[in-house]
Design a protein around this ligand. Structure first.
Ligand code: GLU
Length: 548
């Protein structure tokens, strides 16, 4: 059969040659070893943790090697497209400190390897598709949905493999005349790849994360172009990553199953394959069971979650790095003050089985991270977040800046800084007792102290309180109040002789703590009182006294 005639029939408007595009998109002029990576999100408006995982991996691989990281919008599925979705990708990733060097912009694009939106590349795909038809390696398939599902039923009945291959590939040998007639009758077609005859052979390919993979060769005549002339993921990936000169394809492990198709397509085209990096699925432990993160069940899958909860991008990076690279924690211990970008991130140190995402661990890492920041920095971050996400908190924080700074400064700095805050939303809960509007008694008074003693402690405390006492004078007074009422001046004395005392000084200060903060656990009471001021502190003590 005359393949050229068939190609012309199917693509009458395509007049460029593959060579034209090869020359238009020459090999990139980059230093030896530079990696070219890309993020290829579908513009669904939903950008999730998996995207950030991929994006950080891409960004690090590219930028640590003086390479290029670009954004390609994979919009071949128009049904899923949402307006403004490109903005969401760019802005969300920017919030997390991930910037693209080239590719789609919210309005237009930058770079020499575009267009960077797949729908705008239809002519490019069709040019390469046409050349495959000319080589006898692709053909039109006119099967209807009904015919395909009937075929599937038959395959089920006969217990044969599903799909369009070998003897099941009914249009594989379609003649020019048949194709022409169908087209004249207005029948639509998809373009299928003519896979090599089933051979049962395997091939090997190296994955930078997983090592050498051995897989069965593809036998399916997969669809390259859908009936609207827009490519499937398989064909778009191969053409784009070749012409955009991608060196490393970082993508989720869900693509492993179709890797044989991609490898076969690259080989058929005679193109050098990129290095694949199939990342592990993000998993979480739910009721003791490891499962994939789900959009419906897990709000933490969405990146908006971190923004709206007020997680600091630096803290999220810090955590994700521990999940992404197995040697990161060790490096961080050895380099506590180094910028994360100095870490030698490699694909080889990525995990191959489900990466466990644990929000509690994120909170811990984040607490450590935020503990290293100074008060002014924290104040700036919290107020910026609150301004956008929590008006009430913003008002409270900004009505007396010195007060807020004092509050934030408690336990900050020094050898062992406190690690109370994991994210800004949680900081509101944590700091709530500083603000009359939010203050409430959350915990009970210490059990060892009777209601009568509580009142006595509070009364004596008010009588002896001097706001100018330093921390140790203040504490001696608390101890003295306790001793007077029969509480051991040191917990260990009480532990030795519990029958000699009602309790110990910790119980006494516990009463004051609950009165001042509403909690049994809080930072240093003396420090809190210094920030609250004498008047407010005494009002709280008085109020607790009245309530008891
Ligand atoms: N559009 C694909 C996805 O969202 C991209 C996969 C790839 O990076 O190759 O999963």
């Amino acid at each position: 059969m005359d393949n050229k005639k068939m190609a012309q029939l199917l693509f009458p408007n395509i007049d460029k040659s593959p060579l034209y595009y090869e020359e238009l998109y020459p090999k990139r002029n980059l230093p030896e070893g530079a990696k070219v990576t890309r993020l290829g999100p579908s513009p669904t408006g939903f950008i999730h943790l998996g995207n950030l995982f991929g994006a950080i991996t891409d960004e690090r691989l590219a930028h640590l090697s003086q390479g290029v990281f670009f954004l390609r919008i994979e919009d071949t599925d128009q049904k899923r497209e949402v307006e403004g979705a490109v903005d969401v990708v760019i802005n969300t990733l920017r919030y997390f400190g991930v910037e693209f060097d080239e590719g789609a912009l919210s309005d237009g694009e930058k770079g020499d390897y575009g267009p960077y939106r797949q729908r705008q590349r239809a002519e490019i795909y069709q040019t390469f598709a046409k050349s495959l038809v000319e080589r006898g390696l692709a053909y039109p398939c006119f099967c209807t949905e009904e015919e395909l599902s009937a075929m599937r039923e038959k395959q089920t009945e006969l217990k044969e493999n599903f799909g369009y291959y070998g003897k099941w590939a009914v249009h594989r040998n379609i003649t020019f005349e048949e194709a022409q007639k169908n087209i004249q009758e207005g029948k639509s077609f998809v373009l299928r790849f003519r896979a090599p005859e089933p051979s049962g052979k395997t091939f090997t390919v190296k994955d930078a994360i997983r090592g050498e993979l051995t897989m069965p060769e593809n036998e399916q005549d997969v669809v390259l172009l859908k009936s609207d002339g827009i490519p499937t993921y398989h064909f778009a990936h191969v053409v784009d990553d070749h012409l955009m000169r991608t060196t490393h394809v970082v993508r989720g492990e869900e693509w492993l199953a179709t890797l044989p198709i991609h490898v076969q397509l690259f080989d058929t085209m005679g193109w050098e394959k990129p290095i694949y990096c199939h990342t592990a699925q993000l998993m979480k432990i739910d009721n003791g069971v490891k499962r994939k993160l789900s959009k419906r069940k897990d709000p933490e899958l969405s990146l908006d979650y971190y923004k709206s909860e007020g997680y600091l991008p630096g803290a999220v990076w810090e955590y994700l790095m521990t999940v992404l690279n197995s040697n990161y924690e060790q490096w961080r211990m050895e380099n506590p003050d180094a910028d994360v970008k100095q870490f030698n991130f490699t694909a080889e140190k990525m995990g191959i089985s489900g990466s466990l995402f644990d929000i509690d661990k994120l909170n811990d890492v984040s607490k450590n991270y935020l503990a290293t920041l100074d008060s002014q920095t924290v104040y700036d971050y919290i107020t910026a977040w609150a301004k956008e996400c929590d008006e009430e908190y913003y008002e409270l924080l900004t009505r007396d800046k010195e007060f807020s700074l004092g509050m934030i400064a408690i336990g900050r700095g020094g050898e062992k800084p406190r690690k109370d805050i994991s994210h800004w939303k949680q900081s509101k809960e944590f700091y709530s007792f500083f603000f009359e509007e939010l203050f409430r008694r959350e915990d009970d008074y210490p059990q060892n102290v009777s209601p009568e003693d509580r009142k006595l402690i509070l009364q004596k405390y008010m009588e002896s309180y001097d706001h100018s006492d330093d921390q140790s004078t203040w504490f001696s007074k608390v101890r003295a109040i306790g001793e007077e009422l029969g509480y051991a001046p040191q917990p260990k004395l009480y532990k030795k002789n519990p029958e000699s005392y009602k309790g110990h000084v910790g119980d006494v200060s516990g009463v004051i703590r609950v009165a001042i903060t509403g909690r049994t656990n809080s930072p240093d009471i003396w420090c809190i009182q210094q920030v609250l001021g004498k008047e407010r502190s005494m009002i709280r003590i008085q109020k607790a006294y009245d309530e008891n």
